[in-house]
Design a protein around this ligand. Structure first.
Ligand SMILES: [Zn+2]
Length: 151
């Protein structure tokens, strides 16, 4: 590893930490100029292309998924860590599925299945958009479903 300050190759690792997502962070020190810097190593796994409803393809966008889910969770007690772990699970699933392309429905179905168990308000918000519950009757039916499940 080259020192980013003096470009010399004589650097040593002074500390190594592993994070929860399988990445490795190394604190390094240049033996020539003494500057310290960090490097981060992470496995690169391919995620399949996502086939959208209209038939077009796009790259899986982790941040976009987080944003969409966060909106559903606004003003609920669900933490950022819960959302992070939900998205990690979906990303890991996509990496293991071993296909070139998957339908966006698969992602939506997985999100909605988890939301149902995590928080009912978030679930209903997501369902209105994702299941395209466009009239009050459909929304009421979905809420009745949830209420029946609680008894
Ligand atoms: Zn240096």
């Amino acid at each position: 590893m080259r020192c980013p300050y003096c470009q010399k190759a004589e650097t040593k690792v002074v500390d190594t930490t592993h994070d929860s997502r399988g990445g490795v962070r190394r604190r390094r020190e240049c033996e020539i100029c003494g500057q310290r810097f960090s490097t981060y190593e992470r496995t690169i796994l391919n995620t399949p292309l996502i086939i959208k409803r209209d038939g077009t393809r796009e790259e899986f966008d982790r941040d976009k998924l987080i944003r969409g889910i966060r909106i559903s969770f606004a003003k609920t007690p669900v933490t950022a860590a819960d959302i992070e772990s939900l998205v990690n699970e979906i990303e890991a699933f996509l990496q293991q599925v071993g296909r070139q392309e998957v339908s966006s429905r698969i992602i939506g179905d997985k999100v909605i299945e988890r939301l149902k168990n995590l928080n009912h308000i978030a679930y209903i918000r997501y369902a209105i958009v994702y299941l395209q519950l466009t009239d009050l009757h459909a929304i009421r039916d979905e809420i009745n479903h949830l209420l029946e499940g609680e008894e």
